[in-house]
Design a protein around this ligand. Sequence first.
Ligand code: 13P
Ligand code: SF4
Length: 301
Amino acid sequence: MSSVIEKILRLKEEKGAVILAHNYVNPEVQDIADFTGDSLELSIKARDLKAGLIVFCGVSFMAETAKVLSPGSVVLHPVPGAGCGMAAMAAAGDVASYKAAHPETVLIAYVNTTAATKAHVDICCTSANAEKIIRSIPPEKKIMFLPDRNLGANIRNATGRDMELWPGYCPIHNKILPESLKAVRAAHPEAELLVHPECTPEIVALADRALSTGGMLKAVKASDKKEFIIGTEYGILHRLQKENPDKVFYPLTPLPACEDMKLITLEDIASCLENNSNEVILDDEIMTKARLPIDRMIALS
Ligand code: 13P
Ligand code: SF4
């Protein structure tokens, strides 16, 4: 065992810390984590663990969500600069202005938003529960879905529900092109093609299924198929292969990569655990307001 892993395990034990990691982070970080999951699974885990100390390995909005749902825990984010390009596209001030101008509209925010932005919305959703959340809104209500225009358009197609869409997108999933899917599909015609719903509707239409990262893991495990084409950030391939050693996974070319997710290293985890550094600190009022839409989402999902 490497010395940095030994150090993390010792500090974790001494401090009673829990390490949570998103499905996209580096393999060695996933392997050291107590729980690895998608954004919904990790939010619920953070809430239920009631841990004194959480080290959150993912991007900053996820660490913030853990803090909002677990205000009594100290939440450390090993690399505070690891952010989400999509979350940055819905600034709190812009969302607050929209809300003031459209008081009758229900604001639904994808969980990929900052806590400050969540403080202005009515309900949150993740890619795992978005359809269910949309269907729960009375049909006579107008909806603004933010910040992901792709996820919004995909749910609009699936549910038939009209919604206004914020002009945001994931810089990684939005770049996946039909040619890339068609090339892998032609090379592996037997494989099931799974994509993330942050991809454009054109990509989702070419796929067999659009699923959250947690949904992909469950679908692969439950499937009789042996081969899968994976249309999302490549970090998930580690868990897919580890949990399904008898199955084969084909990534897309070019490989979809979220650089922010890859910023977190074992050394960063050891250092923040050692020094209790990079604590997520949120304003109390923002935490209270941001908790409401997340709690509404969890109650419905
Ligand atoms: P999941 O909720 O599917 O893990 O997605 C989070 C994310 O950031 C995808 O880009
Ligand atoms: Fe954000 Fe896209 Fe990275 Fe997910 S993959 S964290 S949506 S930038």
